[in-house]
Every structure is written in structure tokens, then in C-alpha cells.
Design a protein around this ligand. Structure first.
Ligand code: GCO
Ligand code: MN
Ligand code: MN
Length: 390
């Protein structure tokens, strides 16, 4: 074992649907046989993961009787206990069943919206029973192909009604649970409502219980939209709303690839780990580090566990690289915050006298503009740390 081998203390988690992914895609049939949830628990523990997350349907097949459900849950709990794994997060599948073809919480038919609430209540009960403290909402079908079908404002109102309803119900049941909303710009719908983490952050401020609700940003989703994932996560952290995070890799302009963490855009991955680990300063993220990714379709079962270990090792390697970067004296000197005893107080908080002083301040804009900021050097240092030569 070397220092990059994961242990439970690293808080790494996978979903049953991630390592359990059979390699089915819109063009091809599964390439791997189903791995049972019990086997997944055993294998994840062997790989050094801390937890396993699930949708209701991943564990309890839809249509199971109450007795079947109880037997499945009991066997799963035993496997968790035997292997020392936990379930930090649970979620609900509101996208596979054809009833959700027009959305779940945003569907035009109130019967569908009622079914979505029913299913979510069941999934929340299952998650709480397994010890989950975070419940993720990913609205895969909450969108449209034609905006003629509903006013997008109505969709937002329905989304709010459903989340408020579920917050109240969760409180009424006395569950100790937080909600994390996951944005995605498109896929499987042509356009999804609330497409980015920023949209979600604002939406949360309009809810009846905003303190219960945060976000679950995903690398692939922000990247599909061509946005900086690091900036999205930073905004969530600054707002104290980063309740969960979905780690994977993605190239801009592609379908949702869900690749092994760090396998594309290492630079963004490095900056993300640096932010989450707080090596550059600021509050560190201390929630679960979830890999919402799956192995290439070329892989057999052995390749799946190779993939899982790869996600975790790359995270740890990048964390080590980030620590080295931020411990580098030359780096520290380049990014040291500039201070001015005259100007800083003027910028911190408005007052009329300050406004007068600020307007009177003599600033040599031309001289200021000529100063080189040495970000080329800084970035090269980052690249050299990333490449392991410094
Ligand atoms: C996707 C999503 C999902 C969700 C999962 C949990 O693009 O398919 O990322 O994997 O994260 O359904 O809610
Ligand atoms: Mn995704
Ligand atoms: Mn996800």
C-alpha cells in the first residue's frame, strides 16, 4: 500500500449505478452483466471506498412487494455492516419510468406530479433507513424539447411547490436530512430547467426552507455547458451550499461522458481538488467525495474496479500536488495579496466621507496598466507541479 491508495478516511463514495453501470448506451446493449448491490459493497470496501449511494430503484427493483423490499434492505444492511461501508447519500429515480416522459415535478399532468412525490417519499424513507444524511435531486426529465408545451415559468413554480412540499414532509417526519439539487444543461431532455449550479443557487433562495437545501454540482454537467466547474463549486462553497459533489471527467461539447475522475482536463481537476481541499486557503469541503462516473464500455468487471481505484488514486495524487503547489514559496510570493493601508479601508464599506476621498484619489492608470503580473510564470509553476517535476 502506498500513500495514494484510498482508505475509508478519504470519504470516497460511488453509486450503485456507477460501478454497476452495464455499459448500455443509446446505440448498444449492455456489455457487462449486472453486479448485485451486495457484491458492489464488498468490492468497494476492498478498493478502499468509504460509502455507497443509491437511487431507490438501484436497490429495490420497482414492483417489489413490501416483504421483498424488507428482505433486500436487510441483506444490504448486513453487507454494509460486514464490510464497514456507509450510505451517506440517497436519491430517487424520476427519469427511467415512461410515466416521466414529460417530466416529474414539472410534468403538465398533476397525476404524474403526484406519482413523483409518492416515489420520492418512498425513496427518502429508504435513504433515511440506510442512514443517509443527504438526499440528491437530479431532474433528468425536468425539461422539454418544445417550449410550446408549457411556460418555463410554470415549470419553476411547480419545481418550487414540489421541493417545498417535500421539505415540509421531511420535517414533519422528523428526518435529519438535507437536500442537494443537481443541475445539468441538457440530456436526456433537449433543455433542462435550472441548467447550472448558479441557477440552482438562486432558486434555493426562493424556497420555504432554504436552510435545508444546497447543491450537488457535477464536473460533467458544468463542463458540457462550457462553464468553469471550479467557479460553480466556488460559488456554492462561498454560499455555504456545497452539500455534495459529483466527480467525473468530461470534454466540452460532448454528450454526458461520465469519465473516470481526472481522465480529461487535468488542470481543472487539479484546481478543483485544490479548492475542495483548501490548500490555497479558505474553508475546506468536508462532505462525501462522490464519483458519478462509469468505466469505459470496453471493460469487463476487472476494468470496473480498475476504474474505481483510478478515480480515488487520481484525487489523492492531485491533492498531494495541490499541497506541494501551495507550499511552494515562489508560488506564494506570486499570489500574495497586495495591500494598501490607504486604499483598502476606502473599499471596505461605503460612507459619504469615503466616497469623497475615493473620488479624490490620484491614480496613475497608465503606470498601473504597464505592470506585468507574472501570471505566465505562475501558470507554468502550476503545470510543473502538475507534471511532477517540481
Ligand atoms: C446523470 C446524473 C445522474 C445523477 C444521479 C443522482 O447525468 O445521469 O449525473 O447520475 O447524479 O441520478 O441523482
Ligand atoms: Mn451526469
Ligand atoms: Mn450526477
Amino acid at each position: 500500500m502506498n500513500s495514494f491508495d484510498p482508505t475509508a478516511a478519504d470519504r470516497f463514495t460511488f453509486g450503485l449505478w456507477t460501478v454497476g453501470n452495464s455499459g448500455r448506451d443509446p446505440f448498444g446493449e449492455p456489455v457487462r452483466a449486472r453486479i448485485s448491490p451486495i457484491e458492489i459493497v464488498a468490492k468497494l470496501a476492498e478498493c478502499g471506498a468509504h460509502g455507497v449511494n443509491l437511487h431507490d430503484d438501484d436497490l429495490v427493483p420497482p414492483g417489489s412487494s413490501a416483504a421483498q423490499r424488507d428482505a433486500i434492505v436487510a441483506a444490504f444492511k448486513k453487507a454494509l455492516a460486514d464490510h464497514g461501508l456507509v450510505v451517506p447519500m440517497a436519491t430517487v429515480n424520476l427519469f427511467t419510468h415512461p410515466i416521466f416522459k414529460d417530466g416529474a415535478f414539472t410534468a403538465n399532468d398533476p397525476t404524474v406530479r403526484a406519482f413523483a412525490l409518492q416515489k420520492t417519499m418512498g425513496a427518502i424513507e429508504l435513504g433515511v433507513d440506510l442512514g443517509a444524511k443527504i438526499f440528491v435531486f437530479w431532474g433528468g426529465r425536468e425539461g422539454c424539447e418544445t417550449d410550446a408545451c408549457r411556460d418555463p415559468r410554470t415549470a419553476i413554480v411547480r419545481m418550487r411547490e414540489s421541493l417545498d412540499w417535500l421539505c415540509d414532509w421531511t420535517r414533519d417526519r422528523g428526518f435529519d436530512l438535507k437536500f442537494a439539487l443537481e443541475a445539468k444543461p441538457n440530456e436526456p431532455r433537449g433543455d433542462l430547467y435550472l441548467p447550472t449550479t448558479g441557477h440552482m443557487l438562486h432558486f434555493i433562495t426562493t424556497l420555504a426552507h432554504p436552510e435545508m437545501v444546497g447543491v450537488n454540482p457535477e464536473v460533467a454537467h458544468e463542463t458540457m455547458a462550457g462553464l468553469s466547474f471550479v467557479h460553480g463549486v466556488a460559488q456554492a462553497m462561498e454560499a455555504k451550499k456545497l452539500f455534495h459533489v459529483d466527480l467525473n471527467a468530461q470534454r466540452i461539447g460532448r454528450f454526458d461522458q461520465d469519465l473516470r475522475f481526472g481522465s480529461e482536463d487535468l488542470r481543472q481537476a487539479f484546481l478543483l481538488v485544490r479548492l475542495l481541499e483548501g490548500t490555497g486557503g479558505g474553508v475546506k469541503y468536508d462532505g462525501p467525495l462522490h464519483f458519478d462516473a462509469h468505466a469505459y464500455r470496453t471493460e469487463d468487471d476487472a476494468g470496473v474496479w480498475e476504474f474505481a481505484r483510478g478515480c480515488m488514486r487520481t484525487y489523492k495524487i492531485l491533492a498531494e500536488r495541490a499541497r506541494a503547489f501551495d507550499a511552494d514559496r515562489e508560488v506564494a510570493a506570486l499570489i500574495a495579496e497586495q495591500r494598501s493601508t490607504v486604499i483598502d479601508p476606502l473599499l471596505a464599506g461605503y460612507s459619504r466621507p469615503k466616497a469623497t476621498l475615493l473620488r479624490a484619489l490620484s491614480i496613475d492608470a497608465a503606470a498601473q496598466a504597464q505592470r506585468g503580473l507574472r501570471y505566465e510564470r505562475l501558470d507554468q509553476l502550476m503545470i510543473e507541479h502538475l507534471l511532477g517535476v517540481r
